[in-house]
Every structure is written in structure tokens, then in C-alpha cells.
Design a protein around this ligand. Structure first.
Ligand code: ATP
Ligand code: MG
Length: 254
């Protein structure tokens, strides 16, 4: 069965892209057929995997505004089980262009129909906003992963995110679930990290992943080489944390 999962939190810099990229690669090395969609005009997931992309095709913008069939914008990577749909800054324009389309929240869902069956997991890296791009992602997804940074104000804005989640569930996509809330950038030396983790746990209860992503410099260095942590330093805590997350997700799904 193929499953579509959006990485979303309208708060910026919480680890959406780091999680999308490293989760996608960890799935792929576990022989889970994966498509990563970069749905952010900042295109950080695209640059973070640049060294792996073999035959750059068009971008998600072309497909979401109906200019290209989605099969024409899928790029293969050096990993057998990983494909990616890249983005560029053009995607900023999509928010505006989509406004005038009928069923504007369903463009991505429509586009993905023809390729969905080829993959076990489709991961969508959302932008830090709750605009039309994120709505498109939530409308076509089975579930969402919410990365939360273990810092001050971690829970700020989550009410708004959960509201949007419920609205989409009610009006656009009744199958949408919370796959899990992921604590990121956890620093075991800081009391603050533990305090935030406790606060998030008491808010989300069993929706929290057991796996916690520690603050790890390899995770922040790897993108400048266009590589995921697993291919930059396989033994790093960051790479290992994301492998554990894959195990947890696959285990929960069975
Ligand atoms: N576990 C981690 N340890 C150390 N650095 C990290 C970790 N996770 C993310 N970072 C760094 O923190 C910054 C923000 O992470 P990332 O780009 O993944 O967040 P984002 O939620 O996608 O941001 P945006 O909202 O702008 O799309 C990046 O510089 C990234 O390299
Ligand atoms: Mg990002």
C-alpha cells in the first residue's frame, strides 16, 4: 500500500526539511520505495540532495499548475529506491496561480494519482506556512508528521496548525491522521530540551514518536555537500536517529 505523509509545521526552522530528506533516504536504504516531493519554494530539500540527483527533470511547480504530467517531473537518484520531485523559487507563483483554479486544493492529489502506486511512501516537505501549497499537501496525504524543535516557544502556533488539520479533515480529506509528533534538535545537556520534551509529551500524549532527533552537527553540515547525513557520516547520531525513526514508523504501520 502506498502512503502519503506530509512533514508540516508552519513555524520556520523546526526540522521539516532535515526530517524529509533524512527520512526519505533512510526509507530508501531500507528498500522502501520512496518519492520525496519538495513543496517549498526555498527548495532546501532539493539542494540538500543535489549530489544524489541523477537526471534533473522539471519541478513540482510545472506539475501543480498543470503544465507537465507528474511523471515528467520525477528525477531519479543514485539510490534505487529513491526518486525526488524538486522545486525552485518559481513555486512562489503557484500560490497565486492556484487561486483561480477550480478545486485548487486538489491539484497535487490529482497529479499524484497516476504515480502513487509506484511507491511505498511519498513524503512531502511543506513550506513554513499554512497557505495553498500546504493545503494541497494535507488534502492528498494519509498522515502528517509534525516536527517540533526542543526550544522555547515550541508549542507556539500549534493550535493554528491543529485547527487547519481539523478543517482539512472535515472538509477536504477525512482520512487524514497524525502519524506522529517528532521532537527535533534535542540537546541532552540542556534542561530546557527535557522541559520542552515533557511539555510536548503532556500535550500530544501517545502521538509522540519514541524516537527523538538529537541536535547533531552532521545533520546541519551534510546539506552543504548536497548529501543526506547517512551518506555524509553514516555513524553520526543524526543519521542513526533517522534510521530508528524509519524502524518505528514501519513497525507502527504493521
Ligand atoms: N537535529 C539537528 N541538529 C542540528 N541541526 C539541525 C537539526 N535539524 C535541523 N537542523 C538545522 O536547523 C536548521 C533548520 O532546519 P530545517 O531546514 O530542517 O527546518 P525547516 O523546518 O525545514 O525550516 P523552514 O521552515 O525554513 O523550511 C537548518 O540549518 C538545519 O541544518
Ligand atoms: Mg524547510
Amino acid at each position: 500500500m502506498s502512503k502519503i505523509v506530509s512533514l508540516t509545521n508552519q513555524k520556520g526552522g523546526v526540522g521539516k526539511t532535515t526530517t524529509s530528506v533524512n527520512l526519505a533516504v533512510s526509507f530508501a536504504v531500507s528498500e522502501v520505495k520512496t518519492l520525496l516531493i519538495d513543496l517549498d519554494p526555498q527548495s532546501n530539500a532539493t539542494t540538500g540532495l543535489e549530489a544524489l540527483i541523477e537526471n534533473p527533470q522539471g519541478t513540482i511547480y510545472d506539475s501543480i499548475v498543470g503544465k507537465e504530467k507528474i511523471s515528467n517531473v520525477i528525477s531519479h537518484t543514485r539510490l534505487d529506491c529513491l526518486d525526488i520531485i524538486t522545486s525552485t523559487n518559481d513555486l512562489v507563483g503557484a500560490e497565486v496561480e492556484l487561486v483561480n483554479l477550480m478545486a485548487r486544493e486538489r491539484q497535487l492529489e490529482k497529479a499524484l494519482k497516476s504515480v502513487q502506486k509506484k511507491y511505498d511512501y511519498i513524503l512531502i516537505d511543506c513550506p513554513p506556512s499554512l497557505g495553498l501549497l500546504t493545503l494541497n499537501a494535507l488534502t492528498c496525504s494519509n498522515s502528517i508528521i509534525i516536527p517540533i524543535q526542543c526550544e522555547y516557544y515550541a508549542l507556539e502556533g500549534l493550535g493554528q496548525l491543529l485547527n487547519t488539520f481539523r478543517l482539512v479533515q472535515k472538509n477536504l480529506n477525512s482520512k487524514l491522521e497524525i502519524e506522529g509528533v517528532l521532537l527535533t534538535m534535542f540537546d541532552s545537556r540542556l534542561n530546557l530540551s527535557s522541559q520542552v520534551a515533557d511539555e510536548v509529551r503532556s500535550f500530544f500524549k501517545d502521538k509522540i514518536f519514541e524516537t527523538v532527533i538529537h541536535r547533531n552537527v552532521r545533520l546541519s553540515e551534510a546539506p552543504s555537500f548536497g548529501k543526506p547525513a547517512l551518506l555524509y557520516d553514516a555513524n553520526s547520531t543524526g543519521a542513526q536517529n533517522y534510521l530508528s525513526l524509519v524502524e518505528e514508523i514501519l513497525h507502527n504501520g504493521n
